[in-house]
Design a binder for this molecule. Structure first.
Ligand code: AMP
Length: 275
């Protein structure tokens, strides 16, 4: 039976009952899909019990973004998890940010550019919430998706820099049969938008092939043009970066990553792949 707790004190008490055991953690914003479940499955390979947190973190949304519209489906989420999670931590915003809360965790390094250019407060919001969640649960391992690749690197840096005794594990992106990365935000897409959305992954796959035999900036520019032509309503970026640091690169000499963000209608999608 999954124990559902809403306060840090309850979480720590529930976790104490599981001891001695290796604890894994999977932080999420809920509206769970098979991608989230694959992270829990991965966590279970490295841990005896898994804590899943479900928290739609207000501080990582800018005014005008989809904080209010973001799906909140706790009952369905608990069903989706079945008994894969020993504990679900679903705190309120008040529990996470009580009156007088005045601390922000800011990570440099891999947070520069890309998402930060379009969502300047995003990673401080993520890092502050993730730091609090990890410190609340103090798991042995925590699993984050490569789907949010820049975020994964930011979380790894945060954990390293703050000496949190937690191993951060990146897990591969789960995709629909047509290649679209599973995302809670896919629920916003109309049938027509869904058809356009699938082209994001196809264009990134094509761009990887182009990048192997051409200038990287030219390959990025071709991809951006292809996304506009495919019907995306806005292309925020397509970028080929060093896979470990997110640094700019001019040649494919070390592991690289192609990352993109684009809007279909009002829905912002992100995706990335290894090169
Ligand atoms: P979110 O609920 O969107 O904040 O995501 C929670 C965790 O699930 C993050 O570590 C994401 O990277 C991960 N995630 C989201 N979508 C996928 C996917 N399609 N495959 C694997 N992991 C995912």
């Amino acid at each position: 039976m999954t124990k559902v707790v809403t306060t840090v004190a309850e979480l720590r008490a529930a976790k104490a009952l599981l001891k001695p055991a290796r604890i894994g953690m999977v932080p999420t914003m809920g509206a769970l899909h098979d991608g989230h479940v694959s992270l829990v499955t991965e966590a279970r390979k490295h841990a005896d019990h898994v804590v899943v947190s479900i928290f739609v973190n207000p501080t990582q949304f800018a005014p005008g973004e989809d904080f209010d519209a973001y799906p909140r489906t706790l009952e369905a989420d608990l069903k989706k998890l079945g008994d894969a999670a020993a504990i679900v931590f679903a705190p309120t915003a008040r529990e996470m940010y009580p009156e007088g809360f005045a601390t922000t965790v800011t990570v440099g390094g891999p947070s520069a550019g890309l998402e930060t250019n379009f969502r300047p407060h995003f990673f401080a919001g993520v890092a502050t919430a993730v730091a609090k969640l990890l410190i609340a649960a103090l798991p042995d391992i925590a699993v984050f998706g490569e789907k949010d690749y820049q975020q994964l690197l930011v979380v790894k840096r945060l954990v390293r820099d703050l000496d949190l005794p937690i191993r951060v594990i990146g897990a591969p992106t789960l995709r629909e049969a047509d290649g679209l990365a599973l995302s809670s935000r896919n629920a916003y897409l109309s049938a027509d938008e869904r058809k356009i959305a699938t082209l994001l992954n196809i264009i990134l796959t094509d761009t990887i092939a182009t990048a192997r035999s051409s200038d990287l900036r030219a390959a990025e520019a071709t991809a951006i043009e292809a996304l506009w032509k495919a019907g995306f309503s806005h292309v925020d970026y397509v970028a080929i970066r060093d896979a470990e640091s997110m640094d700019h690169i001019t040649a494919l000499e070390r592991p690289a990553r192609i990352l993109a963000a684009a809007k279909v209608g009002k829905t912002r999608l992100i995706d990335n792949m290894a090169i």
